[in-house]
Design a protein around this ligand. Structure first.
Ligand code: SIN
Length: 481
C-alpha cells in the first residue's frame, strides 16, 4: 500500500492499550480487484470479554479526568488524524472502494466529530430546578453511562466510528468497537493515532472479527456494557435491540432508509438535478441517507429525466485510487445480486431503463436510471444501496406525501420546491428524522443525524449527540429551612 506512515497499517486487535495478535485470522481484500490486503486477527468472545474488562478498569481513570483533560486528548487525536488524512484516506479506499477524494472527505468529516465533541466535553451542564416545596432543593447532574459497545458499518469505516466514540469519550465513557469485517484497517489506523494522542490503556479497544454474531452477542449481553450504539441494517438493529432488552441497556440505532426525493412543479430543475445526483450517487449509492425513490411531478418529469440521465451517463466507475473515477466498486457480490434482482423485478413488471441496468466486470453495476415505476415493484419498498436511480411520477401534493411516507423506514427525505407554504406543509408532513429542503446533502457535525420508525432512534452529532452517552441524575436536597 502506498502510504507514507506504514505504522498505520495494523492487523492485530487493540485491547487494553496493547496490540494483540491472534493465531486465527481473516482476510481483507480490495473490492476493486479482489487482491488480498491483509490477514487480520479474528477476535472471539473471550477477546471481547478482555476488552470489556479493560474498558471497565479504564473507566475509573478516564472518568476521573477533568473534562478539560479529556478534551485535550481528543483534540490531540483530531490533530493527528488531520495530519495523517492522506494515508488514512488511502487505506479507506483500498479496503472499501470509494474514490480517494470521497475517502479524504470522510476522514475530515469523521475528524470533525472529534473536534466538536472535544469542545462539548466541557459543556456537560447540570441544572438547578425551582421546586414545589420550600423545604427542598432540586439539582440535576449528568454522568457518563459507562462502557459503550460500538458496532460500526463498512460504508463509512472511519466516520461512523468517530461519530459514536467521540461523544462517548467526551462524556467520560470508555469504548469497545467492533468494526465491520470488510473494513477493519481504517478502525485500527484510528487506534494507532489514538494511542499516540495519549488515551490511557483500555479507554479505546478495537476487536475486529469475522464472527460478528458472537462478538455482538457478547457486547449486548455483558452486564458491564451499559450502552450499545449501532449503525447498520434494520434487520441486525432489531436483533441488537432484542438482545439488549434483557438488561435494559441504553441503545442508539442508526438503521436503513428509503429516502424519498420529491421534485415539485415549481422547483428549480437544474438545482434539483444536481441535488438528486449528489444524494443518489454518494459512495456509489451505498449510504443510509442516499435518495432511494425519486418522485417527479408530471409537469417536470421529462425535463428532469433528460438532464439527470445525461449526468448519470457521464459517471466513470473504476478503481477509487484513480483520480478521474466517480464511483468505486460495490462492497461484495451479495450487493450486486440484490440490485440486479431489483432491476429485473421492476422491468418484468413494466419499468423502463433509461440508462445502465447491467452488471460490469468486477464488483460493478452500471449507474442506472429506471422509470415508469410503481408501488407493486420490490424496488419501491427496498433499500437499494447501489447506483440505481428509481423514478416515479406523481400529480398531487397529497399523493406524493402519502407515497413518501408509505414505508417502514424514516431516516432521510428530500424535496425541491419554491412555494413557501408548500415547503412548510411538506417538511412537517414527512415522517422522517431528517428533511433536506432544496438540498441533497445535509450531513454535518453540527446537526442531529438520526431516524424515526424502523430507521432507529437516538441522534448523532450536534449538541444532542452527547446526551446518548449520559445519564441524568436528579438530586433532591431535603430539610433546607
Ligand atoms: C450513513 O450512511 O449511515 C452515514 C452517512 C452520513 O453521515 O451522511
Amino acid at each position: 500500500m502506498r502510504i507514507e506512515d506504514k505504522s498505520l497499517l495494523k492487523t492485530e486487535a487493540y485491547i487494553d492499550g496493547k496490540w494483540v495478535s491472534k493465531e486465527s485470522t481473516f482476510a481483507v481484500s480490495n473490492p476493486f480487484d479482489g487482491t488480498l490486503i491483509a490477514q487480520i486477527s479474528d477476535c472471539n468472545q473471550e477477546d471481547t470479554e478482555k476488552a470489556i474488562e479493560a474498558a471497565h478498569k479504564a473507566f475509573k481513570v478516564w472518568n476521573g479526568f477533568t473534562a478539560n483533560k479529556r478534551s485535550k486528548i481528543l483534540q490531540a487525536w483530531n490533530t493527528l488524524i488531520l495530519e495523517n488524512a492522506n494515508d488514512l484516506a488511502h487505506i479507506l479506499t483500498v479496503e472499501q472502494g470509494k474514490p480517494l477524494a470521497e475517502a479524504l472527505g470522510e476522514i475530515k468529516y469523521g475528524a470533525s466529530y472529534i473536534e466538536w465533541f472535544a469542545e462539548e466535553a466541557k459543556r456537560v451542564y447540570g441544572d438547578v430546578i425551582p421546586g414545589q416545596s420550600t423545604k427542598n432543593r432540586i439539582t440535576v447532574i449528568k454522568q457518563p453511562v459507562g462502557i459503550v459497545g460500538a458496532i460500526t458499518p463498512w460504508n463509512f469505516p472511519s466516520a461512523m466510528i468517530t461519530r459514536k466514540i467521540a461523544p462517548a469519550l467526551a462524556a467520560g465513557c470508555t469504548v469497545v468497537v467492533k468494526p465491520s469485517e470488510y473494513t477493519p484497517l481504517s478502525a485500527l489506523a484510528l487506534a494507532v493515532l489514538a494511542d499516540r494522542a495519549g488515551f490511557p490503556p483500555g479507554v479505546i479497544n478495537i476487536v475486529p472479527t469475522m464472527d460478528a454474531a458472537s462478538v455482538g452477542q457478547t457486547l449486548t449481553s455483558h452486564p458491564k456494557v451499559k450502552k450499545i450504539s449501532f449503525t447498520g441494517s434494520t434487520r441486525v438493529g432489531k436483533l441488537i435491540l432484542k438482545q439488549s432488552a434483557d438488561q435494559v441497556k441504553k441503545v442508539t440505532l442508526e438503521l436503513g432508509g428509503n429516502a424519498p426525493f420529491i421534485v415539485f412543479a415549481d422547483a428549480d430543475i437544474d438545482a434539483a438535478v444536481e441535488g438528486c445526483f449528489a444524494s443518489k450517487f454518494r459512495n456509489g449509492g451505498q449510504t443510509c441517507v442516499c435518495t432511494n425513490r425519486i418522485f417527479l411531478h408530471e409537469s417536470i418529469h421529462d425535463a428532469f429525466l433528460e438532464k439527470f440521465a445525461l449526468k448519470v451517463e457521464s459517471i466513470k466507475t473504476g478503481n477509487g485510487l484513480d483520480t478521474d473515477v466517480h464511483i468505486g466498486p460495490m462492497i461484495n457480490e451479495g450487493a450486486i445480486e440484490k440490485d440486479l434482482q431489483l432491476i429485473n423485478d421492476a422491468t418484468q413488471k413494466g419499468a423502463k431503463i433509461i440508462t445502465g441496468g447491467d452488471r460490469k466486470e468486477g464488483l460493478f453495476i452500471e449507474p442506472t436510471v429506471i422509470c415508469d415505476l410503481d408501488s407493486n415493484m420490490d424496488i419501491y419498498s427496498s433499500e437499494i444501496f447501489g447506483p440505481i436511480a428509481a423514478i416515479y411520477k406523481f400529480n398531487s401534493e397529497a399523493e406524493v406525501i402519502q407515497k413518501a411516507n408509505d414505508t417502514n423506514y424514516g431516516l432521510a427525505s428530500y424535496f425541491y420546491g419554491r412555494d413557501y407554504a408548500l415547503i412548510w406543509r411538506v417538511a412537517e408532513a414527512l415522517e422522517y428524522g431528517m428533511v433536506g429542503i432544496n438540498t441533497g446533502v445535509m450531513s454535518t457535525v453540527t446537526a442531529p443525524f438520526g431516524g424515526v420508525k424502523e430507521s432507529g432512534f437516538g441522534r448523532e452529532g450536534s449538541k444532542y449527540g452527547i446526551d446518548e452517552y449520559l445519564n441524568i441524575k436528579y438530586m433532591c436536597w431535603g430539610g433546607v429551612e
